[in-house]
Ligand binder design. Structure first.
Ligand code: MG
Length: 206
């Protein structure tokens, strides 16, 4: 991969592509590859049967409301984010900035170990997340959602245990302020000459 190359990050569950985001490869630091997802990029998001976002229903219905088999193409709203994907780890770290360009925080998305295949990276969302807004401080996100995911058979109790353990490992890195948090990525800015990345043909092929 060279800086500027388009790489698609795909979320797959039960052999079906549930979501996909085209990004540009930026570079690597401390065993993490960085990928830029600019505002206005067309991404594929999972939606409910009626096309509404998953989070439009109350939490209790999150895993029972009928979902559309195919994800829906939508604009990536808000500011661009930088996704840091580890060579070896069941998570990714997303850096968010505010509209004025100041750093908002680091979002740790717990997800399956990544399978890299050329310009495609595959993973599966693990529901539970962490949020870090200041160095060495963090909080869980969506703990209640992981419990429901287990209840409804989306996640096995064994996997839920592994997910929490991975979250704890990343939390210790935040507390010690280690990479990828201490790698200065928040100072990075995209090449203004880069056009928006585009989902390539076959992005939804299992
Ligand atoms: Mg998540």
């Amino acid at each position: 991969m060279r800086p500027g190359d388009t790489v698609v990050i795909r979320y797959v569950r039960d052999g079906v592509v549930r979501g996909a985001r085209p990004t540009r490869y930026v570079g690597s630091r401390s065993g993490y590859d960085a990928f830029w997802l600019p505002a206005g990029t067309i991404v594929a998001n999972p939606v409910l049967a009626d096309g509404a976002p998953l989070r439009s229903v109350p939490l209790e219905q999150r895993f029972t409301a009928e979902r559309r088999a195919q994800p829906e193409l939508q604009l990536w709203r808000g500011e661009g984010i930088l996704k840091l994907i580890p060579d070896d780890g069941a998570h990714s770290v997303w850096i968010f900035w505010r509209e004025d360009g100041s750093l908002w925080g680091w979002y740790v998305n717990l997800e399956a170990r990544h399978r890299r295949n050329g310009r495609s990276i595959e993973t599966r969302d693990h529901v539970l997340d962490l949020w870090c807004e200041r160095p060495r401080e963090w909080e869980w996100k969506d703990e209640d959602e992981l419990e429901l995911a287990v209840e409804h058979g989306f996640v096995t109790p064994e996997l839920a245990g592994e997910i929490r353990a991975e979250g704890e490992r990343v939390a210790r890195r935040i507390e010690r302020w280690e990479p990828p948090f201490a790698d200065g990525w928040e100072e990075w800015r995209p090449d203004p000459g880069w056009p928006l990345p585009v989902l390539p043909p076959g992005w939804d092929a299992p």
